[in-house]
Design a protein around this ligand. Structure first.
Ligand code: ADP
Ligand code: 3PG
Ligand code: MG
Length: 397
């Protein structure tokens, strides 16, 4: 994959696709600007080398409640970059006016174009060569010299702005894209052993696909599970958890993964670990064991013995990857499992990596440092499943 250091940036218009998609409140204000801060580094890098940065990004999707303008994102980027850089928001995505404005760009100026998902054909899943014919792509390609793709967290989409410029101009990975790919390659291609994957949260379908890939290919030595993933595995052994937890799994439509869970346990046996004790909510955090189940209280976290068992394995690991929290960490007393597992990852001497919106928010809250924290959710999962990402394939072709 070619990167920013492989091209001459001076005087060049760099069409720079970043992922500024942020959580928003009901008034469409930005709740978390982690991604804007991350991509600011790439934008600064290009601007400092006298490249002219045209920022292309999305927020939400047409029809979703967080589908909004990028005006506030541009303001936030301006604040992060500071007075040395001039960030200008353009309320259009493409067309003759935008083309003329780009032609007139001054050095040090950074243009942020309006939400690219306002473009009609943006979100159609099509190959690069087809997207390259779009009016949108053709318009910006007229004035662009280099395409920089920094949007790793959107790289699982074959959308126009992510793949469409690559057949038309020199295309390189931005700093974040390069760092994400390098870090994820480190954990799925020949990881240092022992290698442990920790899978929690409420997306067992994804988690089981990751487990399948990393166990079949001898990437992971162990899978430690928490959250709904662990609960599905337990139900697959024939255990009833009690009405509140069973209702939760039903409501989330997760019981359909019991067969996959069974098949994985049959094939991978002791390599997949689930919790041996549980934190239930009977008015507060109370620890119970497997033989106490079923109980009429919800299971909201892994128990203290499980935490110790998981910590022992994590501390001995040379590679450790986490996606998805161990419990309902938003509720008081039930963040213990997730926080302790993360602390063990921080203390381990090996390479530690985590991703996923909810998981990463815990790291932030408790100021826990890992070797690498991904800005991605879906894209990271797809990478860990061993599935190629269209935007990366387009950059490499
Ligand atoms: P990520 O965003 O890190 O990929 P997920 O979105 O898959 O993770 O899962 C996060 C959600 O899972 C959180 O809202 C958390 O409350 C929930 N969760 C985890 N364990 C439990 C549990 N035992 N009961 C209810 N909710 C849980
Ligand atoms: C994300 O936030 O995961 C990316 O920006 C991709 O967004 P999408 O799921 O709406 O395509
Ligand atoms: Mg989540």
């Amino acid at each position: 994959m070619r990167t920013l250091t492989d091209v001459q940036l001076e005087g060049k218009v760099c069409l720079t696709r970043v992922d500024l998609n942020c959580p928003l409140d009901e008034n469409l204000n930005l709740l978390d600007i982690t991604r804007i801060k991350a991509h600011a580094e790439t934008i600064k890098f290009i601007s400092d080398r006298k490249g002219k940065v045209v920022v292309i990004a999305h927020q939400g999707r047409p029809g979703s409640s967080d589908f909004s303008s990028l005006k506030l994102h541009a303001e936030s980027l301006g604040k992060i970059l500071g007075a040395k850089y001039t960030v200008v928001f353009i309320a259009k995505t493409h067309g003759p006016e935008v083309e003329n404005r780009i032609r007139k760009m001054k050095l040090g100026e950074i243009l942020v174009l309006e939400n690219v998902r306002m473009v009609e054909n943006e979100t159609k899943e099509k190959p690069a060569t087809e997207h390259a014919q779009d009016i949108y792509i053709q318009s910006l390609a007229k004035v662009g010299d280099i395409f920089v793709n920094d949007a790793f967290s959107a790289a699982h989409r074959s959308h126009a702005s992510l793949v469409g410029f690559t057949p038309l101009m020199p295309s390189v990975a931005g700093l974040i894209m390069a760092k994400e790919v390098q870090s994820l390659q480190r954990v799925v291609e020949n990881p240092e052993k022992p290698c442990v994957f920790i899978l929690g949260g409420i997306k067992p379908e994804d988690s089981f696909k990751v487990a399948e890939h990393v166990l079949t290919n001898d990437i992971a030595d162990y899978i430690l599970t928490g959250g709904a993933v662990s609960q599905i595995l337990l139900v697959a052994t024939g255990k009833s958890l009690g009405t509140p937890s069973m209702d939760f799994l039903k409501k989330k439509n997760l019981l359909k993964f019991i067969d996959i869970a069974k098949s994985q346990m049959d094939r991978f046996g002791g390599k997949i670990k689930f919790q041996s004790d549980f934190a239930i909510n009977d008015g507060g955090r109370r620890i119970v064991t497997l033989k106490d189940l079923p109980l009429n209280f919800p299971i909201l976290d892994i128990g203290n013995k499980t935490i110790e068992e998981f910590k022992e394995i994590i501390k001995k690991s040379s590679t450790c990857v986490l996606n998805g929290p161990m419990g309902k960490f938003e509720d008081e007393g039930f963040d213990v499992g997730t926080v302790e597992v993360f602390k063990a990852m921080e203390e381990s001497k090996g390479f530690s990596l985590a991703g996923g919106g909810h998981s990463v928010s815990v790291l932030d809250k408790y100021q826990i440092n890992l070797s690498y924290v991904s800005t991605a959710g879906g894209a990271m999962i797809q990478f860990l499943m061993g599935k190629p990402l269209p935007a990366i394939m387009a950059l490499n072709s």
